[in-house]
Design a binder for this molecule. Structure first.
Ligand code: 3HC
Length: 303
């Protein structure tokens, strides 16, 4: 990805400072993408420990890019220098756009959006990276629902070149325009879609991932063969069980549950094994064990 410091200036309605709330896997990736493209980023976490973890995600990712000679040390330092990590939401007052990337809890998101609504300027855009909750419902927590939009990035956010921009029935056209322009400035393709659990990609993807987990659960095939079939037989970059480990089994379970509740499509009824693995703390790469076992978040599979 090329460093570009001037793209922030080309926005239809210039947005130069972007807030990101939640610096977990997705939030840190999103913060990195904006900083790489010249935006000033304010990342907010709930406490010092979480802020430190978030900062760790960011430096880990840029160190890795430097080690792979994709980024010079100076550019990496400049990129990190464009990101300020804070534990105070009030620091987002100057942001033209805030992207929320906290856990998939409707109540938490609504509380956060109500708070953001009081902090940011009246023309700032509020975006949620939710993968399955209702953007419309989240927007009702604000006094200006017309400025609320979904911005659904894909994991790993610095790599995947696609963002679903979710409009509610009241999202203002200028907000959609600003956000799609911004996504293009990040070197990604935006697609605008309506507010339905799962949007386009997850609706299609998660039925398949759930089916793969169920195939493993019923011992029809082992994990390596299930993954190999889709990688080598169908040309997918990863097999479904390895992908579930990357996404996180807790996130995958929540997405399936929400889609199933909303659409009642049995393809999305989470296979029981997923729930059991989540309860047992086998969440995938982030806890070191899911369908496979990992040495670290980027490590090759060990067992
Ligand atoms: N952060 C930053 N960069 C990363 C990265 C990360 N976490 N993981 C990989 N990369 C970069 C590498 O540095 C490398 O960059 P380079 O080509 O410039 O050197 C490039 O991505 C390829 O990485 P690797 O060579 O290590 O490995 P692969 O070629 O196997 O690619 C992958 C890894 C990008 C994860 C690829 O396997 C892939 O695209 N898998 C599918 C991922 C997918 O389906 N994501 C969508 C999940 S659904 C979702 O996110 C929706 C949500 O709501 C759940």
């Amino acid at each position: 990805l090329a460093e570009s410091t001037d793209s922030a200036a080309d926005s239809a309605r210039p947005i130069t400072t972007v807030g990101v709330v939640g610096l977990g896997t997705m939030g840190a990736g999103i913060a990195e993408v904006f900083a790489r493209h010249g935006f000033s980023v304010i990342g907010v976490e709930r406490d010092d420990a979480a802020a430190e973890r978030g900062h760790g995600h960011l430096t880990h990712s840029t160190d890795r890019a430097v080690a792979r000679q994709k980024l010079s040390e100076e550019d990496a330092a400049a990129l990190i220098g464009r990101i300020r990590v804070s534990t105070d939401l009030a620091d987002l007052a100057e942001a033209g756009l805030v992207v929320e990337a906290i856990g998939e809890s409707l109540q938490l998101k609504k509380t956060l959006f109500a708070a953001l609504d009081d902090i940011v300027s009246p023309d700032a855009v509020l975006a949620t990276n939710t993968s399955s909750l209702s953007v419309t419902e989240i927007s009702t927590a604000t006094s200006h629902p017309g400025r609320v939009v979904g911005m659904h990035f894909f994991n790993p956010a610095p790599v995947q070149k696609f963002v679903e921009v979710v409009r509610t029935v009241v999202t203002e056209p200028r907000v959609l325009e600003d956000v799609t322009t911004l996504v293009e400035q990040l070197g990604k393709s935006p697609v605008v879609c309506g507010d339905r659990a799962g949007f386009i990609a997850n609706t299609l993807l998660f039925g398949y991932l759930n089916h793969a987990a169920s195939m493993y659960e019923t011992r029809y095939a082992n994990r390596e063969d299930i993954d190999a079939a889709m990688r080598f037989g169908c040309g997918y970059p990863m097999g479904p069980l390895a992908l579930l480990d990357l996404i996180g089994l807790d996130t995958a379970y929540e997405i399936l549950e929400t889609m199933y509740r909303q659409g009642r499509d049995r393809l999305h009824a989470p296979t029981p094994l997923l729930k059991q693995m989540v309860s047992a703390g086998l969440l995938g790469r982030k806890t070191g064990r899911g369908f496979y076992t990992y040495e670290g978040p980027d490590s090759p599979v060990v067992v």
